[in-house]
Design a binder for this molecule. Structure first.
Ligand SMILES: NC(=O)c1ccc[n+]([C@@H]2O[C@H](COP(=O)([O-])OP(=O)(O)OC[C@H]3O[C@@H](n4cnc5c(N)ncnc54)[C@H](O)[C@@H]3O)[C@@H](O)[C@H]2O)c1
Length: 274
């Protein structure tokens, strides 16, 4: 059907960095379920292998590929392995990223005292960890004359969230870089190369569980309660709820969508709190 082919991802070859994580793992499974071929690029080899085994068991095509997004040679090897496993690379999802407890100034911790190595780690993982794979896969897409990059931004890029200054600044950089790279790739290489970002709202995952729920009781922290009070949907998102936006962005349905950052947030960004 014409309408279905608009969102068709069959046989698209998709590399996801951080693909063994919660959000990109759900994306990898869903894409494979829709007939895409996925390469799970992650620093956690066992988790990537386990996910690919799970995908293969349901009839999907998925390969684990070792990749450290902070080392360009590692990303170059990962691209070569992706192409040899899948036959091509059509799409890069820059999903590796996250926050660190040591770079978070939950009271009474002061921002002034946060160790510089923790700040650097968070900034590098999110910002440089998006730029380096974009260089490597971007060159590949430039040579082919087409390709799609989807970055992972965050609500904290639009309006910085309390206590997570390094993460907020790094995600603001990811959103800014998304728009910059969209223009660069289209003007310097091919208007068929598109770069967009998804800005997820709040999804309860391992990297934010310590902020949103109490370690001992599992109850919401005051921060978790405030987030839900500011989310018109009144709940956290489910990782699978990012899939529709991803499928849209990488399919022909989004052929004229470039340089955007799409919130998937249950309305958090729209709500002023009044
Ligand atoms: N969870 C949320 O609510 C939320 C909200 C907004 C944005 N995000 C963003 O979405 C993305 C995925 O988040 P998640 O919650 O699934 O995180 P996650 O921690 O479950 O997954 C991150 C993955 O990245 C991998 N990784 C870490 N360092 C790496 C490196 N140097 N090289 C390669 N892989 C590396 C990890 O092994 C892990 O598999 C991140 O960019 C995150 O900042 C998450």
């Amino acid at each position: 059907m014409a309408n279905d082919s608009l969102f068709d991802v069959t046989d698209k070859c998709v590399a996801l960095t951080g693909g063994a994580g919660v959000l990109c793992g759900a994306m990898a499974k869903a894409l494979a379920g829709r007939g895409a071929k996925v390469a799970v690029l992650d620093i956690m080899d066992d988790a990537a292998a386990a996910l690919c085994k799970q995908i293969a068991a349901t009839g999907g095509t998925a390969f684990p590929v070792h990749c450290n997004v902070l080392e360009k040679t590692s990303v170059e090897k990962a691209l070569a392995e992706t192409v040899s496993s899948l036959g091509r690379a059509d799409v890069l999802v820059n999903g590796a990223g996250g926050n660190k407890k040591q770079a978070t100034c939950t009271p009474p911790v002061e921002f002034f005292d946060l160790p510089d190595d923790a700040l650097r780690a968070v900034f590098d993982l999110n910002c440089l960890g998006t730029m380096l794979p974009s260089q490597v896969f971007g060159r590949h897409f430039a040579r082919r004359g087409d390709g799609v990059i989807v970055n992972m931004s965050s609500m904290s890029a639009f309006r910085p969230l309390t206590n997570v200054g390094a993460y907020s600044a790094a995600k603001a950089a990811v959103s800014n870089f998304t728009r910059w790279l969209a223009v660069y790739m289209a003007q310097r290489h091919s208007p068929k190369i598109r770069v967009n970002a998804i800005a997820p709202g709040f999804f309860l995952t391992e990297q934010n569980r310590f902020l949103l729920t109490d370690e001992n009781t599992g109850e919401l922290t005051p921060r978790g309660e405030q987030i839900l009070a500011h989310t018109p949907a009144a709940r956290f998102g489910q990782p699978e709820e990012l899939v529709g936006t991803l499928v849209w962005l990488i399919s022909d349905a989004a052929n004229f969508v470039n340089g955007t950052v799409v919130p998937v947030d249950g309305g958090f960004d729209a709500y002023a709190g009044v």
